[in-house]
Every structure is written in C-alpha cells, then in structure tokens.
Design a protein around this ligand. Structure first.
Ligand SMILES: C[S@@+](CC[C@H](N)C(=O)[O-])C[C@H]1O[C@@H](n2cnc3c(N)ncnc32)[C@H](O)[C@@H]1O
Length: 210
C-alpha cells in the first residue's frame, strides 16, 4: 500500500466495525496487561487501532510500524496532543525492524498477515519483539471456502465502497488463511498461540511469552 491513491482509499474507508471487534477481542484475551510498558502495532496502516487503544493503556508507549509512508502520514494526522507524547510512527518494512528484541509487553497486528509473502515474517517478528512477560494479539481475514463466498462477503460488507477497495478486499480474502494453516505456521515458528474464528470473515491469534 505504498501507492498514495490506495493509501487514501484505505484511510478514507469506514473500518469502525472490524476495528471495534479487534479492540473488544484484544481486551477479552489479553487483559490484564502489565500497567506500564510498550506496545507495537505491526502494519499499523492509518493508525486507527493505536489511536483507540492509547487512552485504554495510559501507562504505555505505543509504536506503529508500517512499510507505507503515505499510510503513516494519515496516522500522524490522527495523533494530536497529548497522544503524540506517547505514540511514535515508524516507517519500516518487515522483516527489517531494527533492534528492538524483547522490548514489548504487547505486540499486535491487524490485517497484515495475508499481505506478507511469507507468513513466518510476522510470527518470527512477534517472537523476537515480545518481552518475557509479553503477549501478542493478531486479527486477520479468514479465507472463505470459495471465490463465490468471497464475492458474496465483498458485496455484503463493502458493496458501497469504491471499486479499488472492493477489489483489494476480494483478493485479500482469497490470500488469507484457514485456522489449520495458521496453527501449522505457529508450530513452525515455535510460537505458542490460540486460533479462533470470531466472525464470518475474521480470525484471531493470540498468546503469551514464555
Ligand atoms: C490492510 S492494511 C491494515 C492496516 C491497519 N493494521 C488497520 O487495521 O487498518 C495492511 C498494512 O500493512 C502494511 N504492510 C504490508 N506489508 C508490510 C510489511 N512487510 N512491513 C510493514 N508493513 C506492511 C501496508 O502498508 C498496510 O498499511
């Protein structure tokens, strides 16, 4: 999503329903977190999830990482004072994240997994970034059973969105994984975790450090 037109379409779309689902499931499965700490959002896009989480985690410093500069400009625009003191946006392309190993009490990611050429990129990054007392929470799309089901989901949930977004959503659904595949990815990455389907098009993956 380094193309400014694609970033503008994404940043302008209404993702309030999946974002609320993310926050609600995150709280259900990861609460309580240590009172103070560091949180990182991998593939943060226009930053909506960090902006929603920051007031719920007043003792935290939050970092949003994304490979798209245009996306991060939208994120920066959404971070007025006083949030700006605790939130940092970093332009980096996974797996190249610099040296922050073991630094984060919470590692989160929404809708990045299906974008990556290798899913292990996400799981390895999470394993390395998580502090010993840390936890992770990932939400992504659930691959439908057929192209026809994917098309029906696009019509139901994005029927009014621009063609560019509908096409991206369709291809994203087909690029996403099923729970069994994700369990195999976690095992290969030696990352303990639970996988749950939480809607007709979303699944979550979460776990805690050793
Ligand atoms: C579907 S968007 C999700 C954005 C955000 N997490 C949200 O929930 O709205 C996927 C984001 O992942 C970013 N991305 C894709 N591959 C990446 C990579 N290898 N490293 C960092 N960011 C990446 C894209 O630039 C895009 O902003």
């Amino acid at each position: 999503m380094e193309d400014p037109v694609q970033a503008a379409a994404y940043a302008g779309a209404d993702f309030s329903e999946p974002n609320q689902l993310f926050i609600q499931q995150f709280q259900q499965h990861l609460w309580p977190l240590p009172e103070t700490g560091n949180l990182i959002d991998l593939g943060c896009g226009p930053g909506d999830i960090i902006v929603s989480l920051a007031p719920r985690l007043p003792g935290y410093k939050l970092v949003g990482v994304d490979g798209s500069e245009p996306m991060l400009r939208y994120a920066a625009d959404r971070t007025g004072p006083p949030l700006a003191q605790r939130v940092r946006w970093v332009n980096a392309q996974l797996p190249a994240l610099g040296n922050a190993n073991g630094h984060y009490q919470a590692v989160i990611s929404n809708s990045l997994l299906h974008h990556l050429h290798r899913p292990s990129t996400l799981w390895n990054a999470i394993r390395e970034l998580m502090a010993p007392n840390g936890a992770y929470f990932v939400m992504d799309l659930l691959r439908p059973h057929s192209e026809a089901q994917a098309a029906a989901i696009v019509t139901e949930y994005a029927g009014d969105e621009p063609e560019l977004l509908r096409r991206d959503f369709y291809h994203s659904l087909l690029a996403a994984y099923r729970p069994r595949e994700i369990r195999a990815q976690l095992a290969a990455a030696s990352l303990p975790g639970q996988v749950r389907i939480v809607s007709d098009r979303h699944l979550i993956i979460y776990g805690r450090g050793g």
